[in-house]
Design a protein around this ligand. Structure first.
Ligand code: NAP
Length: 244
């Protein structure tokens, strides 16, 4: 199997950690971002300095044309993608009665339509190669639900249903499709919630602390590795015991 990975939303947070980790595991990495060009370039520079190969690629992953162009860029620069990590995601929280239709549509498009678009684009060369790995980043919100996150939880529950369905579609082609469901991980996304919310959440986490991006990346790296060859359609919860 060619060792070429594409990580969406890899300029910051969990995606950046996944991109760095896959590079350590010997993958050439496509580092996708939406707006943070400098941050994405810095990750690529680190990987290249460490002896690896990487390319930064701008694309709004909710946009079909942009996704097609992203795959063309990565394939030209590195080769056909053998590991796709659908990590890009946003929140735009609000109680349902106050949630605007734009908030619903933006979150569903960024978090779920993107997974459909990117997976569809990645599968064609994987099917030809009769091997490949897709790892989708869901959330415990998509399993347990979360007040104020109707749009986000729906998108992340959708990712889990998509993961199971596509795992069944492409299993016979040697392709695995899995998901990870993080709890509260210390990134810009959770920083935006403020200290009071973080403290309240920490009290509900069995391990008594927020997770680190590397602690999600290590599971993604495992699912992308040869060691995970007989695992498909699964959602691995990485939440320090939050959802227990
Ligand atoms: P983050 O720090 O806010 O980073 C989000 C990443 O997604 C950035 O690289 C951003 O790119 C990219 N992105 C956003 N919209 C995009 C778009 N339309 N097209 C392409 N890239 C886009 O988030 P994070 O906390 O690392 O979260 C990563 C994933 O984990 C998300 O799917 C999130 O839902 C999930 N998750 C996070 C937590 C948590 O506690 N942090 C918990 C459960 C699940 P730019 O830098 O260019 O904006």
């Amino acid at each position: 199997m060619s060792r070429i990975a594409l990580v969406t939303g890899a300029s910051r947070g969990i995606g950046a950690s996944i991109a760095r980790g896959l590079a350590v595991d010997g993958f050439a990495v496509g580092v996708n971002y939406a707006r943070s060009a400098d941050a994405a370039d810095a990750i690529v520079a680190d990987i290249v300095d460490g002896g690896g190969a990487a390319v930064a690629v701008q694309a709004d992953v909710s946009d079909a044309d942009a996704v097609a162009a992203m795959f063309a860029t990565v394939t030209d620069a590195l080769g056909p993608v053998s590991v796709l990590v659908n990590n890009a995601g946003i929140t735009d929280d609000g109680l349902l009665l106050r949630m605007k239709v734009e908030q619903w549509d933006n979150v569903l498009a960024t978090n779920l339509r993107s997974v459909y678009l990117c997976t569809k684009a990645a599968l064609k060369p994987m099917i030809r190669a009769r091997s490949g790995r897709v790892v989708n980043v869901s959330s415990v919100s998509g399993i347990s639900g979360n007040a104020g996150q109707g749009n986000y939880a729906a998108s992340k529950a959708g990712v889990i249903g998509f993961t199971r369905s596509i795992a069944k579609e492409v299993g016979s082609r040697g392709i695995t499709v899995n998901a990870v469901a993080p709890g509260f991980i210390a990134t810009d996304m959770t920083e935006a919630l403020g200290e009071a919310v973080a403290e309240g959440v920490t009290n509900q986490i069995s391990l008594g602390r927020l997770g680190r991006p590397e602690e999600v990346a290590s599971i993604v790296r495992y699912l992308a590795s040869d060691d995970a060859s007989y695992i498909t359609g699964q959602t691995i919860v990485v939440d320090g015991g939050l959802a227990l």
